[in-house]
Design a protein around this ligand. Structure first.
Ligand code: HEC
Length: 218
């Protein structure tokens, strides 16, 4: 299961806990009321004693309700990831596409420069930027952003995702590829010679291409 599924699992668990706590509290209060009512009916408890017992039940009810409320507040405060993917999937798609386009621009610079003599320091800086961006990229894929359709591609080409459904089917591999490519870019950012840099830049280009083949619409 993809790791970001954890948010939904947590949310489902929070709802189950809330429901079962409320049910068991309701059961306890009803049991107590029934017991007190029985005592009064068979005359084993005086009316004033019964009133006291009902007051105790009321106090208990308030206590249990407060407990449930605190538990709910706890779950709501700490239990959820920001739901941007659910509420604004198109924003997330746009963000990751802009991020990828930034990676693309830096890679174009590198590909252009390594054809001839080049400034190694400049190349290393581009590689460092690519490495940083590739590390963040795979975390911008909540399930709700699997949004490609022919209609959307036609109507709103800026916000449609070109990612293939394979991203969500094999999410661990997708993340691993991004991390591997990020590492290659990082290595390039530390290259000691132009030759080393060229070789790593070619490795990086292969990583871009093979990931696109597996996970992006042609
Ligand atoms: C882990 C897989 C992966 C790696 C590695 C990867 N990409 Fe991508 N790339 C994608 C996916 C998926 C998309 C489509 C994203 C979408 O549309 O939601 C994409 C989209 C793009 C785009 C189009 C952006 C746009 O305007 O929509 C460019 C350009 C690009 N990648 C360049 C690169 C370059 C250059 C590299 C290597 C340095 C690279 N990518 C590495 C998966 C990858």
């Amino acid at each position: 299961m993809p790791r970001f599924r954890a948010a939904y699992v947590r949310f489902a668990r929070f709802r189950t806990v809330a429901r079962s706590t409320a049910t068991s509290a309701h059961r306890q209060v009803m049991d107590l009321c029934r017991t007190v009512a029985c005592f009064v009916q068979d005359g084993s408890v005086s009316r004033s004693k019964a009133a006291l017992m009902f007051r105790q039940v009321a106090a208990l009810t308030i206590g249990i309700c407060l407990g449930v409320a605190i538990q709910l507040a706890d779950a709501m405060a700490g239990g959820r990831s920001p739901p941007t993917g659910e509420t604004h999937p198109a924003d997330v798609v746009l963000a990751r596409r802009v991020l990828m386009a930034g990676i693309g621009r830096n890679m174009d610079e590198i590909s252009g420069m390594i054809e001839a003599a080049f400034n190694l320091q400049e190349g290393r800086e581009h590689a460092d930027l690519i490495s940083t961006m590739l590390l963040a990229f795979p975390h911008l894929f909540p399930v709700e952003t699997n949004t490609w359709s022919e209609k959307l591609a036609h109507d709103d080409p800026a916000h449609v995702s070109l990612a293939l459904p394979t991203v969500w089917q094999d999410y661990d591999d997708f993340v691993a590829r991004a991390q591997q490519a990020s590492q290659t870019a990082l290595d390039a950012s530390f290259a000691a010679t132009a030759e080393q840099f060229r070789a790593l830049a070619k490795d990086l280009q292969r990583a871009c291409d093979s990931c696109h083949q597996a996970y992006r619409r042609p």
